[in-house]
Design a protein around this ligand. Structure first.
Ligand code: NAI
Length: 403
């Protein structure tokens, strides 16, 4: 079949296997090149660093989780297990990008003699936790790092069977702000209604730290956490303009819970000399972030300003910097006042934020976005679904089951 890109309300409904292959190959190539030889202080070689050798990544098929898998495997030689929730392809329907990414990752890892195992299923369920633990027992013995990088719209509580849904809404009152979609350059005014009923609590149940703790407790009970095991989950803070819908909204409550959970896990891991952290990462186009209202406009302005300052990074550069210069660098691990790791430091630099704010003030409802890089945001969004690579023939007839 000829695979075309279909986007509905900032969600891509299709993925291209050849392009997903390219996207993973490029990230792997970048990591390998820097790991071996680098003169860049921000992305040093991995020589002399003690990177984890057995890594479990929850949500390892796309975005920050996939980057965590690529960096630890191709930068540090780790054996990896990924758990993700992805759709398989059929004769007439493409897989999701994460499914293709996972297959390509396994192939590239195997070529380098790196052990790589992947489970597709619901990470919130008890049965996937059991299967993962069995796999660790059989194949890795224990793990040295657990990366928690799930982004999900829902979670079924394994104890009660109750389904919780996460929403991206302000708390208390509606929020009206300028916004832009991926389909059109025109800036619109969007109003997001305030969370109602149990929506705040449900979002915390899905995107907070409850399930992260369940994972670590369970792996601990099964004696699968190695001495000195670390765990890291990803969070976001961002600028004041996105506070009402992000940091002070329903998702912000979940992130606060995630950050509090890191402290709890840090205590839980202390007896084995382990540590737990939340890393605050940069706003980047991923499947999860593209659907947050207001955020694509902010990202378009941020991308332009950071690219002009030569500071733009994608997920893999962010995670490479996190692991080589913060989490596994020599010496004490640098944290902010709240104990968090910060790789959003460049995004939050005052000169960058001042410029983004100044550009935000120039945007007018009903007019095209000005001073931004919506094209760049779109291009990254397309590429994470395997589209937009100039040398891939998108008119070719391909079998969606073959990556
Ligand atoms: P993403 O959508 O690219 O990846 C989400 C991952 O979770 C995928 O591997 C998916 O298969 C997996 N997943 C979802 N539901 C699952 C389930 N029930 N069972 C198993 N796997 C499941 O998202 P992204 O952006 O990489 O987000 C990862 C984390 O990073 C999130 O906590 C997000 O809040 C955080 N973050 C994202 C930022 C961004 O701008 N994209 C910025 C800072 C933090």
């Amino acid at each position: 079949m000829v695979i075309t890109q279909k986007i509905l309300r900032n969600v891509s409904l299709s993925a291209h296997p050849a392009g997903c292959r390219r996207s993973v190959e490029e990230q792997v190539g970048w990591v390998k090149a820097h790991a071996r030889q680098s003169t860049d202080r921000c992305y040093p070689t991995t020589d002399g660093l003690t990177l984890p050798k057995r890594v479990l990544i929850l949500g390892g098929s796309t975005g920050y989780g996939l980057s965590s898998r690529i960096v630890t495997a191709f930068g540090g030689g780790a054996a990896t297990i990924s758990v993700s929730f992805e759709r398989e392809p059929s004769e007439t329907r493409t897989a999701t990008a994460g499914w293709y990414n996972t297959k390509v990752f396994e192939e590239l890892a195997e070529r380098e003699g790196l052990a790589a195992f992947s489970l597709f299923g619901d990470a919130f369920s008890d049965s996937i936790k059991q299967q993962t633990a069995d796999l660790i027992t059989e194949e890795l013995g224990q793990v040295d790092l657990v990366v928690y990088s799930l982004a999900s719209p829902m979670r079924v509580d394994p104890k009660t069977g109750v389904t919780y849904r996460s929403v991206l809404k302000p708390i208390g009152e509606p929020f009206t702000a300028l916004s832009v979609g991926l389909e059109s350059d025109i800036v619109t005014e969007a109003t997001i209604e305030a969370a109602e009923g149990t929506q705040v609590e449900e979002t915390v149940r899905v995107m907070g730290g409850e399930d992260w703790i369940l994972w670590l407790e369970y792996l601990g009970e099964r004696n699968l956490l190695a001495v000195g095991c670390k765990t890291v989950a990803y969070s976001y803070i961002g600028p004041a303009i996105t506070y009402p819908v992000y940091r002070e909204g329903t998702i912000g409550r979940a992130k606060e819970h995630l950050e509090a959970s890191a402290k709890e896990l840090d205590r839980l891991l202390a007896p084995i000399g382990g540590r737990a952290f939340v890393s605050v990462n940069k706003a980047l186009v991923t499947r999860a972030s593209a659907v947050i209202p207001v955020v694509p406009l902010y990202m378009a302005l941020l991308y332009r300003v950071m690219k002009d300052a030569d500071l733009h990074e994608q997920c893999t550069e962010q995670i490479y910097r996190l692991f080589t210069t913060i989490l596994y660098a020599d010496g004490p691990i640098p944290t902010d006042g709240e104990g968090r790791l910060r790789v959003d430091d460049w995004e939050m630099r005052s000169d960058i934020q001042r410029e983004v704010e100044a550009r935000w003030r120039f945007q007018r409802e009903g007019e095209p976005i000005t001073g931004g890089d919506l094209e760049g945001v779109r291009a990254e969004y397309d590429q994470i679904h395997g589209f937009g690579y100039p040398d891939i023939d998108y008119t070719a007839d391909v079998d969606p089951r073959v990556v």
